[in-house]
Write a protein that binds this ligand. Structure first.
Ligand SMILES: [Zn+2]
Length: 87
């Protein structure tokens, strides 16, 4: 897939890519540049689950998780673990 920069240095992210990643106008993105390979990597900046960016947001294995989603995930793990232990 190829996109061209416009005269102002902008590109349009393909609609399907936006849909798959849950990107929409206003979502903050991070740029990473590898000068050796001349690659530019764009990554959603903010919680990968809900898009929130707060002071509790942490990065885990390359994705961001906000405090609320982290607590919900931990609660879900506890419930699942209890369910498995009752088998
Ligand atoms: Zn979240």
């Amino acid at each position: 897939m190829t996109r061209h920069l416009d005269s102002l240095g902008r590109i349009v992210i393909p609609k399907e890519t936006c849909r798959l990643l849950g990107l929409h106008g206003g979502v903050p993105l991070e740029f990473f540049l590898n000068e050796d390979t001349q690659e530019i990597i764009l990554r959603r900046y903010g919680c990968s689950f809900c898009g929130t960016l707060d002071e509790e947001t942490v990065q885990y294995r390359g994705i961001y998780v906000c405090g609320t989603c982290r607590r919900e995930l931990m609660q879900r793990v506890r419930v699942d673990t209890e369910a498995v232990s009752q088998l």
